[in-house]
Design a protein around this ligand. Structure first.
Ligand code: DAK
Length: 258
C-alpha cells in the first residue's frame, strides 16, 4: 500500500500524500513512496505536477514525530538525508511543481511546500517550523529555503520562535502566491497548472533550470545560465513554430511535448 496517490488529468499530474489519519506526517515510507512516484512520472505526457494532502485538515503536519522520537544521531542523519534528497529532487525536477497546501504545513510539511516552485493555499492553511519546540532543527531544508523565500530576518524570527503563520500572513510575506476557499484550492491549482502546461514545454523547463541555477550564483554567472538555456531553445521545434505563429498572426499554438 502506498502513502502517495497519483492521478493524471491530461498534462497535469497530482500527487496526494495519503496518510490522513496521521495528518499526512512524513515517515520513511511516505518519502520512499514520493520518490517512487517521481520515478514514474512520464516526462513526455506530463507538463506540471501538483502536490497536495488527503483529508481536509493537513497538507502535511511534519516529519513523523513518533518515528523520529527514538532515533540515534546516525539514524537521524540518514532520515534527514533521505528527506533532503527527495525534496531536492522535487525542487530540481525538470517540470514545474505547485504545492496546493490544504491545511497544516508544519515542519517537514512546510519544507515540502517550499521545495515546490509555486505555493497556493486554502484559507485554513497554517505554516510553521515548530522544530525547536521538539528540541531539533528543521531537517528537510527549512533553515535554507525559508530565508530564500521570505528573507533572513523573517525566517529567523519564524524558526527561532516556532510561531505559526496563517494563510493571510503567508501571502503577505510571499510564502504563498494565492489563498483560496478550501473547495476552490485544487481547481485553482489545476487551472494554473493547465495554463503552464499550454506553454512550450522545453522553454518552461529551461526557465526553471535557469532560475534554479541562477538564484545561488553571482549575476554574471547567472546570466550565463540564462544565455545557455535561451540559446538551447533555438534548437527546438517549439521556438520555430512559436515565432512563426506570431509572425503569421496565428495565436494559441499547440506545443507538442518533446
Ligand atoms: N508526526 C506524527 N504524527 C502526527 C504528526 C506528526 N508530525 N502530526 C500529527 N500527528 C498525528 C497525531 O499524533 C494524531 O494521531 P493519533 O493520536 O490520532 O494516533 C493524529 O495525527 C491527529 O493529530 P492531532 O490529534 O494532534 O490533531 P489536532 O487537530 O488536535 O492537532 C496539529 C493538529 C497539527 C496542531 C498537531 O497534530 C501537531 O501539533 N502536530 C505536530 C506538528 C509538528 O510539530 N510538526 C513538525 C514535526 S517536526 C530532521 C528531519 C526532519 C525534521 C527535522 C529534523 N533530521 C533527521 C535532522 C523535520 C521535523 C518536523 O517536521
Amino acid at each position: 500500500m502506498s502513502f502517495v496517490r497519483s492521478q493524471q488529468e491530461g498534462p497535469v499530474l497530482t500527487l496526494t500524500l495519503d496518510r490522513p489519519e496521521a495528518l499526512n506526517a512524513l515517515n520513511a515510507q511516505v518519502l520512499d513512496d514520493l520518490s517512487a512516484e517521481l520515478d514514474r512520472v512520464d516526462l513526455h505526457s506530463v507538463r506540471c505536477l501538483i502536490f497536495t494532502g488527503a483529508g481536509e485538515k493537513a497538507f502535511a503536519a511534519g516529519a513523523d514525530i513518533a518515528a523520529m522520537a527514538d532515533m540515534s544521531p546516525e539514524e537521524a542523519a540518514a532520515f534527514s538525508r533521505r528527506g533532503n534528497q527527495v525534496f531536492r529532487r522535487i525542487e530540481t525536477f525538470p517540470l514545474p511543481t505547485i504545492a496546493a497546501v490544504n491545511g497544516y504545513a508544519l515542519g517537514g510539511g512546510c519544507e515540502l511546500a517550499m521545495a515546490c516552485d509555486i505555493r497556493l493555499c486554502s484559507e485554513n492553511a497554517l505554516f510553521g517550523q515548530p522544530e525547536v519546540t521538539l528540541g531539533i532543527t528543521p531537517g528537510f531544508g527549512g533553515t535554507q529555503r525559508l530565508m530564500r523565500l521570505v528573507g533572513m530576518g523573517k525566517a529567523k524570527e519564524l524558526i527561532f520562535s516556532a510561531r505559526n503563520v496563517k494563510a493571510a500572513e503567508a501571502l503577505q510575506m510571499g510564502l504563498v502566491n494565492g489563498v483560496y476557499p478550501a473547495d476552490e484550492l485544487l481547481p485553482a491549482a489545476e487551472k494554473l497548472a493547465a495554463k503552464i502546461a499550454k506553454n512550450a514545454p522545453v522553454a518552461v523547463r529551461a526557465c526553471k533550470a535557469a532560475m534554479n541555477e541562477g538564484v545561488n550564483l553571482p549575476m554574471d554567472q547567472a546570466i550565463d545560465a540564462e544565455v545557455r538555456e535561451f540559446s538551447a531553445c533555438f534548437e527546438t521545434e517549439d521556438q520555430k513554430r512559436g515565432m512563426a505563429g506570431f509572425l503569421n498572426k496565428q495565436r494559441n499554438i499547440r506545443f507538442e511535448n518533446k
